[in-house]
Design a protein around this ligand. Structure first.
Ligand SMILES: *Cc1c(COP(=O)(O)O)cnc(C)c1O
Length: 394
């Protein structure tokens, strides 16, 4: 007699609960915006990735509506069969032009983009060098390949160099890193990583989920921020789900990169393409980024203000250089308690503990957006002040 399904699920849920890893969903009762509603209460929202305030923007909604009316609700097939429309092509051409690359290919989401691109590029004789704090979708993407995996210490180009020196292959060497790290908000030191990779003939793969729309001129991303956008040995992957505020992932680079992905990326080959409204909204996002670059300045002004004021209150905001603003609480329980107390004071910010971050480094991860007003940020800071004192972290 094997285990019943119920026993399996109950055992696993019990294990998650006793390890303090059990997740329950928080439900938003109003659109994704700088102020939203949780538990029937209007709250200042510091929990989203809606960096530019696009998620509920009238221009994106108007474009989505227009494409919905013209093209219908669904796309009806995968891209390689009968699911590539002129609107997909239109967006990919505009995206490549914006990124200054020969081509771009869009996949369902950033998560599947990593699986598709890593899976298409890597073969058995290859070696990958991966930052220890890389995103789960990179880790899973690498696991799906037969390439050897070597992990380097977080953002440590010297350690990377030692490993490149001692791991040899006739195949491809691929250095893989987040552009901006999602939990700490620090920026991958591409100014050190790319030259090291060049010395050992390695290719650099940057997943810029949190850098795109945020870093570089017009938010073109971390690779632009460091000026490596024309290097054919730097592959850019990013998401359209964060600052771009809709959904999707993409790879931007040489024309052959797009060709190989069309032929080999399994999430591209075997999963239905984006529906018209999604692509319409993305076209709207691209238009708005180019028309209103001021939004990115506002994002950085808000970020600086919020970080400075938190530091003045006495909080440890770690080494973040971006709008991702962690506030360190230490023990997981303290971070979760702080989140609960903030919500009582009308501030929505989520606690993050082990195993997403190391033990003793539990935090609340705030993301400041361009849509926050000074009054909203001040309300957040006031709540932080009260909670920090109550929990004796300041
Ligand atoms: C969020 C994130 C992803 C996943 O992107 P989605 O479009 O939400 O699937 C991939 N990589 C990194 C680094 C991320 O932060």
């Amino acid at each position: 007699m094997g285990l019943s399904l119920r026993q399996r699920v109950q055992n696993e849920l019990q294990r998650l609960k006793s390890d303090g890893l059990y997740i329950s969903l928080k439900v938003l009762e109003a659109p994704q915006d700088a102020v939203t509603r949780v538990n029937g209460k209007d709250v200042v929202n510091l929990a989203s990735n809606n960096y530019l305030g696009f998620a509920n923007h009238p221009h994106l909604k108007a474009r989505a509506k227009e494409y919905l009316e013209k093209w219908g609700a669904g796309s009806g097939a995968v891209r390689t069969i009968a699911g590539t429309f002129t609107y997909h092509q239109e967006f990919e051409e505009k995206l490549a032009a914006f990124k200054g690359t020969e081509s771009a290919l869009v996949l369902t989401a950033g998560f599947t983009a990593n699986q598709g691109v890593l899976g298409s590029l890597l073969q058995e004789a290859d070696i990958t060098f991966s930052d220890e704090l890389n995103h789960a979708s990179i880790i899973d993407g690498l696991r799906l390949t037969k390439a050897k995996r070597v992990v380097y210490r977080h953002a440590d180009a010297e350690h990377l160099e030692e490993l490149l020196k001692t791991n040899h292959t006739e195949g491809l060497k691929l250095v893989v890193t987040d552009g901006v790290f999602s939990m700490d908000g620090d920026i991958a030191p591409l100014d050190k990583i790319v030259p090291v990779a060049r010395r050992y003939n390695a290719v650099v793969y940057v997943d810029d989920a949190h850098g795109s729309g945020v870093l570089g001129k017009l938010g073109k991303g971390t690779v632009h921020h460091f000026g490596f956008q024309e290097d054919p040995n730097v592959v850019q992957v990013a998401t359209l789900s964060k600052a771009w505020a809709v959904v999707g992932g993409y790879a931007a680079g040489a024309k052959e990169l797009r060709d190989i992905l069309i032929n080999k990326a399994r999430p591209f080959l075997f999963s239905t393409s984006h529906p018209p409204a999604v692509v319409g909204a993305l076209i709207g996002a691209l238009e708005l980024i180019q028309k209103e670059p001021r939004r990115i300045d506002k994002l950085w002004e808000n970020t600086q203000y919020f970080k400075d004021e938190l530091a003045r209150l006495g909080f440890d905001t770690m080494d973040s250089k971006t709008p991702i603003t962690p506030v360190l609480f230490g023990e997981t329980k303290a971070a979760f308690e702080a989140s609960r107390m903030l919500l009582e004071r009308g501030v929505f910010a989520v606690g993050i503990g082990f195993p997403t971050v190391p033990k003793g480094r539990a935090r609340i991860r705030n993301i400041v957006t361009a849509a926050h007003t000074k009054e909203m940020l001040d309300k957040g800071l006031e709540a932080y002040g009260a909670v920090g004192k109550a929990l004796q972290v300041i």
